[in-house]
Write a protein that binds this ligand. Sequence first.
Ligand SMILES: Cc1ncc(COP(=O)(O)O)c(C=O)c1O
Ligand SMILES: [Zn+2]
Length: 394
Amino acid sequence: MSDSFLTHLSCWSCGARQPAERLINVCTCGKPLRAEFDVRAARSVLSRDAFAARPRGLWRWRELLPCPPGAAPVSLGEGDTPLIPAPRLAESIGLRTLLIKDESLNPTGSFKARGMSTAVTMAAALGATKLAVPSAGNAGGALAAYAAAAGLEAHVFMPRDVPAANRLECALFGANVTLVDGLISDCGRLVAQRAAGEGWFDVSTLKEPYRVEGKKTLGYELAEQLGWRPPDVIVYPTGGGTGLIGMAKAFDELEQLGWIGPARPRFVAVQSEGCAPVVRAFAQGRGDCEPAPNAHTAAAGLRVPKPFADFVILKYLRISGGAALAVSDDDMLAATRELSAATGICACPEGGACLAALRKLAADGWIQSEETVVLFNTGSGLKYAEALRCVTPA
Ligand SMILES: Cc1ncc(COP(=O)(O)O)c(C=O)c1O
Ligand SMILES: [Zn+2]
């Protein structure tokens, strides 16, 4: 297999260039960094059909992912999740084609596995030995697993009321867990305060450049699964925004590679009414988010009061002609059960939130019946026993 076409990093905000050969968190201006690839060189030697013939998994895109020459990816079999048609749900919403990208089948039961596979691969290859993360839940579990796979130390900071399954998986994987009386933002402050003194490399969402690269494979897979035509609409549960940003980056790269045309999906960012900073900023025409006050929701992954890369999320939502929508926890939980019962997919509340939002958008006429819609189930409902108790028999 040939090497990665990764060349350098550039700032999502000021454009400053940084080397990709050393451990780095953010730009000197404090904003997130983006991994850049020599797509022109890649285009001359790579063919999209060759990728289809490779063994399944995220790392079949290796040349387009960050991985230093000679380094072995830290992998647990993530990626290449199914895109499952949901005809009965589609009919009930008035759509011809509704497809569910089922990310619950990833290692540790969520799409966070993708980002941690690439981030831990790079961190390990560049010499990190101790990794730390603030997490709403699933990212902590994923870091714990990939650190275990790489033989590295993991330090996970989570809100005290995080789903029990996330605490359990971190403990099983041997991570050091700190439960914090507060939100992911408070956890992030603690990691930032202690990282330098403890020798931890901080792998917070978009405070290192490579988790988003793993998430990018969502876009590659979707394009490939749909015959190299991205869908018309992508409905995505947005917390820190790595998946949304990753997919937008993926479609840009695929166009530069000549593998898809200029058409892009409209992105829909779905949040909870109890924590909707992106929805509010989008409605107000702002370029960044104000912290959501008193953030609360049963969808743990959506309890992010202020995404670090808010300006990138908002940019892509607007460029794509997309939308941002908040749903109530009651609607979200009812839709979680409906999604599961109508498809056999083990939906998480974040996936349920997407279904509730999709119903609203279709009812408002924002989506036409002949459009192809992809809805994300980002994790497994089995990790949310507490939140889903209200939709299960006593
Ligand atoms: C199941 C689930 N869905 C969605 C999200 C939000 O993802 P992102 O931070 O990429 O927006 C999370 C984040 O923790 C999550 O765990
Ligand atoms: Zn910068």
